[in-house]
Design a protein around this ligand. Structure first.
Ligand SMILES: NC(=O)c1ccc[n+]([C@@H]2O[C@H](COP(=O)([O-])OP(=O)(O)OC[C@H]3O[C@@H](n4cnc5c(N)ncnc54)[C@H](O)[C@@H]3O)[C@@H](O)[C@H]2O)c1
Ligand SMILES: O=C(O)C(=O)C[C@]1(C(=O)O)C=C[C@@H](O)C=C1
Length: 361
């Protein structure tokens, strides 16, 4: 692929454009808001200049409700040899494009399973898709050349292609992405009017559960409106489990010992089912979940502290698999939790102590 057009230079469009530009593709940037491609171009994602002729691949990264009309407009102006979108829902936009008279031979619906709770080009990174599944939903009428261009896009973004039927994709993301977003929002909504004294106690657990509740409500309404049935099905199952858990907790309050026993069994069963589900979540880069060891390092809230830790770990030859930062309430200090392979934990602890860090293993 030599040339590409990215329409919608927000988080996802700009991240793809950064990856393509870094690998030598000439990327043209377009958006209905002219500030967005200007920012994306300044970050090195490509050029605001319009292409002179059709590009190899057009990548459409606008909100789901705008996908089909945007794809149709690009096809009508002959903007590219092939067209893909990266929307979070796949069945509806394709049916809409077909109903509008769009060409399904040159269009492939795709979905990178990577993102953030932040929107816009300033949140974009070239490595956003690395090692992540990138779903492709080809139909029998799709041109092979377009499928190959899409596979090249995925490879240039260093993602892992996964081929799926569009409606099966929508049911799968209802379970692993859309319902989790709603549940995160529902938990975070409890905090809206909570007492300040309670909110001050927020620890890492609630931060983990509510990170994605910070996402753009407009974008998520668009996503949920394009996949309401499958999401409602999963959420109804969650609601049934919630009802059962509430009943079990009420039974735990009972004066009757037998009822308390049944309540405890109910709560425990739910916790065990949750743990079994969590164990099925793949690890980084789609690999089996790894059992890492955690090394805690106390830091002061000063610029450059994290970079120094990473540099010291690198010099000790230790690969950091994951990192989490806990901020101490009301203090300019925190604890950095470094996840490493079990055999590297001792080496890292010793190396960091030698460099003067206060380490907790
Ligand atoms: N955010 C995520 O985590 C994530 C992950 C994977 C896929 N997606 C999908 O990627 C797409 C983009 O999401 P994002 O997070 O980058 O959103 P974003 O808000 O960061 O960017 C969307 C961009 O599209 C532009 N836009 C909106 N309507 C347009 C139109 N009709 N024509 C031209 N430009 C238009 C906006 O100005 C904005 O710059 C969505 O379809 C979303 O479902 C999002
Ligand atoms: O990590 C996040 O912030 C995301 O929510 C990313 C996430 C997801 O649910 O995994 C969100 C929506 C997208 O369609 C794909 C990826």
């Amino acid at each position: 692929m030599r040339t590409a057009l990215v329409l919608g230079t927000g988080l996802i469009g700009t991240s793809a454009a950064l990856a393509l530009s870094a690998r030598g593709v000439r990327v043209h940037l377009e958006d209905r808001d002219p500030d967005q491609p200007r920012t994306a171009a300044a970050l090195g994602a490509g050029t605001e200049e319009p292409p002179e002729g059709p590009v190899d691949l057009a990548v459409v990264a606008v909100p789901p409700a705008h996908l089909a009309p945007a794809l149709l407009a690009l096809q009508r102006r002959g903007a590219a040899r092939g067209y893909v979108d990266v929307g979070s829902v796949k069945g509806g936009p394709r049916r809409e494009l077909a109903a509008l008279g769009g060409d399904l031979g040159t269009y492939l619906g795709t979905h990178p399973m990577a993102g953030k709770e932040r929107s816009g080009p300033l949140a974009a990174t070239a490595d956003l898709f690395e090692g992540r599944p990138w779903v492709l939903t080809p139909t029998p009428t799709l041109d092979t050349e377009v499928l190959n261009l899409a596979l090249e896009l995925v490879a240039l973004c260093r993602a892992v292609p996964v081929v799926m039927d569009a409606d099966a994709h929508d049911r799968a993301v209802a379970l692993v992405s859309h319902t989790p977003q709603l549940v995160s929002s529902l938990v975070a909504a409890r905090l809206e009017r909570a007492e300040e004294a309670a909110v001050r106690l927020c620890g890492q657990g609630i931060r983990d559960v509510t990170r994605i509740a910070a996402s753009d409500p407009g974008m998520w309404l668009d996503i949920l409106a394009a996949n309401p049935g499958p999401v409602a099905d999963v959420l109804a199952e969650v609601a049934a489990d919630l009802d059962e858990t509430v009943r079990a907790l009420r039974a735990l309050e009972s004066a009757d010992e037998a009822k308390r026993g049944a309540g405890a069994a109910g709560v425990e069963a739910m916790l065990r089912r949750g743990r079994a589900g969590r164990e099925r979540v793949p690890g980084k880069h789609g690999a089996a979940p790894a059992a890492y060891e955690t090394v805690g390092v106390h830091i002061s809230d000063r610029p450059g502290e994290l970079a120094r830790i990473f540099a010291d770990a690198g010099r000790a030859g230790v690969n950091i698999e994951d990192v989490r930062i806990e901020h101490a309430t009301g203090q300019a200090a925190g604890l950095v939790q470094l996840s490493v392979e079990p055999e590297a934990a001792r080496v890292l602890t010793q190396a960091l102590r030698e460099h003067g860090w206060s380490v907790r293993q």
